[in-house]
Design a protein around this ligand. Structure first.
Ligand code: ANZ
Ligand code: ZN
Length: 807
């Protein structure tokens, strides 16, 4: 019997595609290259997550569409299997990470990734754990080292007590370890850093010209955190010392009633008076145990007076100098002119310590220029009062004039500060590329010569993190002891490995060149295939992977290795999935296992269903009922083809049918390009309804239908394409083109009601069917709000007039 057996169909076509290399590209020869990239997974022991399938399917549909536009699509896949993520899994399972990685990669690739129906170019797979890959990760480290951009320095660094390693700032999320959610503490350690802060301005400026999801750009801007302001030297009252202070609000300078230094500030011990020595020492000790996050978020303010005074640069008043934990040593100059009337933290501190509060800015709309009784700080711009010759100026003007005054007096300068700090790159862990550095008693820090790369990660059974501040590699004498490449004398190796985010900061450069053994990336191939045309992935990597990749690319550009300085022309962040309205988590037991759904419904159903859940950038809610419904839709496509495949008409469709066809082509093409897969699918469902009503079908109608559905349901459409007598792959055809002559049709305003009350207006064609009307309505925010946690029980739809949803 002619039934839609997804298991045999999907296995069959996957096999055919692999045998005939349908999706492989000859990178050197291909014309019209299109590099379609998605974020490669950590091959965890838990298997491919449905979130991965969601991300990969959405990216693949775009790639398939571009291939059907005549582009040579390069869609590689690989495994990011080094790092704390994989190693923590290995610790949990009690299996050596090397062994576990081999097992996981095999399972990911063979039983999962090869079954989801993506057009992956497997010939170019990369694994970050492979010596042929990490050799070049080490090479990149060396290039940064030689350029002075990889440096060893002592600093207060983040330490995860559970992962027993230091972490970069970007890996501390709300005070917790990005990998294990343990509270991060601070330690003063000497570590390797990449000088990403040198690139802050460029990383910021380039964002303006990148075609990226706005929220990701906003997250990067925020993280880079550019502030303009004044830096001036505060003179001490009883000594020659000066303390540099950074402020973004010079207009409030007449409101400075005290000064605060970070407890770690190097001058603290020099200015503290005899009387306060003990209290200062005790407080410093107390602060050193706190994380930066705790310091900047706790409500109650603490601090200690130093006994010293500064001189106000404009009023010459004596200003007491305090230390307090809310001032960080790592930002600005580590010293703050405190203006309690206009800064929240200073306000709380002054209230707690009984320090004076002096208002010097009032709202521009205020009727009197007298200071008000403040119960919180007035932090906005306004008009200056009691500010000497600057009184009466608007904040904006006062800021400029006061900076000018300081510059004229040679007392200060206009400066720019960035939040972005250098990237802490060393990890006291086993599972990563050893940092290619040797320490020699006479030559100092010596880079491993490039021809000696890779520095192999040694085999050991003692790979557990130690918590002593060194990596397990430090216990392996045969690894540690080496010869200085410079003088030939006895030397020892660096034993830390590099951050996993360095592995992934350049993998997109390696994919096209993965066959080359003597270079990290071939110049010609790279020039041809990069920058990446489309990159799709999760927004959680906004300031981690995406920022680091931009930095490494910029450095390689500056060092003359590549022409471009931005790696990803276009980046789109996809949304997240929930299950039955709740976040998926193991503890809730509601994690969707993609394998089971592929088994039961087929990859095509899963793909199409996932893409139908909502706008791709928003994500959606997975339900078992919904996926069953999607399977019924694909069954109907199957039945339509079965019914008509032997009696297709070769003539062109009549005017009405032609309109319907071309409008659908137009809609589906536009929606796929905009990644609005859900409405593209809605249009295909609607069109299927129309085709089902017709007694006979033209060949062009049915073929166009299959071609439009092909990116979503690649196996089913390939099967049906062959059933109607075609012999080449549907995935090597061109996407149908909409004929503009058929497209003229006006749109009308439709009222959307929810339970009888008007909630929105939407624009729709007067012939739009119910599904499309509902799908469009659900995209408007007001409708989303009223439908939240509601189920639609009844729909009244009058085309061209009204849509009423009853919940
Ligand atoms: C006086 C002042 C008055 C400030 C006022 C703000 C408001 P952003 O915008 O984030 O750059 N600051 C400077 N260095 C600091 C440090 N190391 N730790 C904690 N706070 C620090 O913030 C700049 C402002 O944060 C600076 O401007 C300074 O306080 C404070 F009504 O100076 B301000
Ligand atoms: Zn951790």
């Amino acid at each position: 019997a002619n039934v839609y057996n997804h298991l045999s169909i999907e296995a069959h076509w996957q096999n055919v595609w692999q045998q005939s290399q349908t999706y492989e590209v000859d990178l050197a020869a291909a014309a019209h290259p299109f590099y379609n990239l998605m974020m490669f997974p950590y091959p965890s022991a838990e298997g491919l997550h449905v979130g991965n399938v969601y991300a990969f399917t959405g990216a693949d549909i775009y790639g398939r569409f571009m291939a059907m536009q005549g582009r040579a699509v390069f869609e590689p896949m690989g495994f990011d299997a080094f790092g704390i993520h994989s190693e923590n899994f290995a610790i949990k399972k009690g299996i050596h990470p090397g062994l576990l990685t081999v097992q996981n990669v095999e399972r990911f690739r063979e039983t999962q990734l090869k079954r989801i129906g993506n057009r992956f170019c497997w010939n170019y797979e990369v694994q970050t754990t492979d010596p042929s890959y990490y050799k070049w990760t080490q090479w990149i480290f060396l290039q940064l080292f030689k350029a002075g951009l990889a440096v060893r320095k002592k600093a207060q660094v983040n330490w995860c007590p559970s992962c027993k390693t230091v972490l970069a700032d970007e890996q501390v999320i709300a005070g917790e370890c990005e990998r294990c959610s343990t509270l991060v503490t601070q330690r003063e350690l000497e570590q390797w850093f990449f000088k990403i802060a040198n690139y802050a301005q460029r990383l910021l400026d380039n964002l303006d010209r990148l075609d990226w999801s706005e929220k990701v750009k906003a997250a990067q801007r925020n993280w880079i955190g550019r502030s303009e302001g004044l830096q001036f030297n505060l003179h001490l009252a009883e000594s020659e010392l000066q303390i540099p202070v950074f402020t973004t609000r010079p207009d409030t300078i007449f409101g400075m009633t005290y000064v605060v230094l970070a407890p770690e500030h190097p001058l603290v011990d020099r200015i503290v008076t005899e009387e306060y020595c003990q209290a200062i020492a005790t407080y410093k000790e107390h602060v050193s145990r706190q994380s930066e996050f705790a310091r900047t978020t706790h409500q109650s303010k603490t601090g200690v007076f130093t006994g010293a005074y500064g001189i106000h640069p404009l009023t010459q008043e004596r200003i007491p100098i305090w230390i307090a934990d809310y001032v960080l040593s790592s930002y600005g100059t580590g010293a703050v002119m405190a203006v309690p009337a206009h800064d929240d933290r200073d306000f709380q501190f002054a209230k707690t310590m009984g320090l004076p509060i002096r208002q010097v800015v009032i709202p521009t709309s205020a009727s009197s220029t007298a200071p008000l009784e403040l119960d919180t700080a007035f932090t906005e711009h306004g008009t200056l009062i009691e500010s000497g010759r600057f009184t009466g100026l608007a904040s904006q003007d006062a800021i400029q004039q006061i900076i000018q005054w300081f510059e004229q007096q040679n007392l200060g300068d206009r400066t720019v500060q960035f939040r972005l700090r250098d990237w802490l790159i060393s990890r006291q862990r086993y599972w990563g590329p050893p940092i290619p550095i040797v320490y020699c008693g006479s030559c100092g820090i010596v880079p491993v010569p490039e021809e000696q790369l890779p520095v192999h990660l040694p085999e050991t059974e003692d790979w557990l993190p130690r918590g002593t501040g060194t990596s397990p590699l430090a216990q392996i004498d045969s690894f540690v002891n080496t010869i200085c490449p410079c003088c030939g004398g006895a030397a020892h190796r660096e034993t830390d490995v590099s951050d996993n985010f360095l592995d992934s900061a350049w993998y997109f450069l390696r994919y096209p060149s993965s066959k080359y053994n003597d270079v990290p990336f071939d110049a010609q191939i790279t020039a041809k295939w990069l920058p990446v045309n489309m990159y799709i992935g999760g927004a959680e990597h906004s300031v981690l992977h995406l920022l680091y990749s931009r930095f490494i690319t910029m450095v390689l550009h500056d060092l003359g290795y590549i022409e471009f300085e931005e790696p990803f022309e276009c980046f789109r962040a996809h949304g997240l999935l929930t299950k039955d309205g709740a976040k998926m988590s193991k503890s809730k037991g509601n994690v969707v296992n993609p394998d089971e759904y592929i088994e039961e419904y087929g990859a095509d159903t899963l793909r199409t269903y996932l893409m139908f859940l909502g706008p791709y950038h928003q994500g959606g809610d997975f339900s078992d009922r919904g996926i069953a419904g999607m399977r019924r839709f694909l069954n109907r496509v199957w039945q339509l083809v079965s019914k008509h495949r032997h009696c297709l008409e070769s003539s062109s469709p009549d005017l009405d049918s032609g309109r319907r066809l071309h409008q659908t082509i137009n809609k589906v093409s536009e929606d796929i390009q905009a990644l609005k897969y859900n409405t593209a699918i809605a249009a295909l469902m609607e069109y299927l309804n129309a085709l089902q009503l017709k007694p006979s079908l033209c060949e062009v109608e049915l073929k166009s239908y299959l071609l439009m559905l092909a990116p979503f349901a690649p196996h089913l459409t390939e099967e049906l394409w062959h059933q109607i007598g075609e012999s080449s792959s549907i995935h090597q055809q061109t996407f149908p083109q909409a004929n503009p002559e058929f497209l003229t049709q006006e749109q009308v305003t439709i009222t959307v009601q929810i339970n009888g009350r008007k909630r929105a207006n939407i624009l729709l064609s007067p012939t739009a069917l119910q599904e499309e009307a509902i799908a469009i309505a659900k995209q408007t925010q007001s409708v989303q709000r009223y439908l939240e946690n509601q189920e639609i029980s009844r729909v009244v739809y009058v085309p061209g007039r009204i849509l009423n949803l009853v919940t």
